[in-house]
Design a protein around this ligand. Structure first.
Ligand code: E4P
Length: 294
């Protein structure tokens, strides 16, 4: 077990309560959990139903998701359980909000995940006014993070923003630099938004989060297991992050941008092709559980 907890809160990135329990035993704690439509589609019970030829109705799909998060909820600490609304590119804020309100009632420690798009930000703005905690997902730019800051201003509870490190790395950009830039930008703010590093793909990402003292990181179980197997290494004071892809090719720098956090959120350009692609992938994975698949 871990002798001392890192400053970065650790969340399990998954959709299987048994995995969360296993990690909790391994680490001695789990601060929180994130889920998304792709991860719930991989839940063992959901896979079993689909493999047996059972086609889930959207109500059954929702009930399964609810069962998963209700089982995970008591296992985690104060970073809560993030539950993602179903949204495609045409989903209106009112629809996301109706889902968010319902999901927030499923468990006492819910964070509702809305995508970093115009309608998701609109839903978040109303949510925080109603006391619904939010986690703004699929964040790929500093502008999106600035819009999250502005849209959730005045929130009594911390709001989360989730920069997706691995998916930026996948296309050759240095995803960890986005985390660093957002943290730097928020230094000039009031602290109501917490940075939750997501799409963590390797131990190197995790160690750099520790070195940066990122507020939270959501990490797949297998990476936490790898960290445990290596005796829970922590970055030394002279830690240098190697920004390279899996083949050792250097990743492209993401330069810091000067943005004014005091601007209204509608002023920021929140479009990003990876956000659009991410929504399409979530929709496809969600729908894959609604029809028979091998
Ligand atoms: C968590 O909130 C995110 O949905 C998750 O980290 C995405 O990870 P991926 O890019 O590996 O799918």
């Amino acid at each position: 077990m871990l002798a001392e907890r890192p400053k970065t809160k650790l969340l399990v990135d998954g959709g299987d309560p048994d995995e969360t329990l296993r990690i909790k035993k391994l680490l001695g704690f789990v601060d929180g959990q994130t889920s998304n439509p792709s991860l719930s589609a991989k839940n063992p019970e959901v896979r079993r139903l689909i493999a047996s030829g059972h086609r889930l109705s959207s109500k059954e799909e929702k009930d399964e998701y609810k069962r998963i998060v209700q089982t995970i909820s008591p296992l985690v600490g104060d970073a809560g359980v993030s539950i993602e609304v179903f949204a495609d590119l045409d989903t209106r804020a009112e629809d996301m909000l109706a889902q968010g309100r319902e999901m927030f009632g499923w468990i006492p420690n819910a964070y509702i995940k809305y995508p970093c798009i115009h309608e998701g930000l609109r839903a978040a703005q109303v949510s925080v006014r109603e006391g619904i905690r939010v986690n703004m997902t699929l964040c790929f730019s500093q502008e999106q993070a600035a819009a999250v800051y502005a849209a959730t201003g005045g929130s009594k509870e911390p709001a989360y923003v989730s920069p997706f490190v691995g998916r930026l790395d996948d296309r050759g950009d240095n995803g960890m630099e986005l985390v660093k830039n957002i943290q730097q930008m928020y230094e000039g703010g009031d602290g109501h938004v917490r940075v939750l590093a997501a799409s963590i793909r390797n131990l190197n990402h995790l160690l750099y989060c520790f070195a940066l003292k990122t507020d939270l990181a959501t990490v797949p179980g297998k990476i936490l297991e790898e960290w445990a197997a290596q005796g829970f290494p922590m970055p030394k004071h002279d830690f240098v992050y190697k920004a390279v892809d899996s083949r050792g090719t250097p990743l492209k720098a993401i330069p810091y941008r000067q943005v004014n956090l005091a601007d209204s959120w509608e002023k920021f350009d929140v479009s990003h092709e990876l956000t659009t692609q991410g929504i399409a992938k979530f929709v496809a994975d969600y729908e894959s559980t609604l029809r028979h698949s091998a």
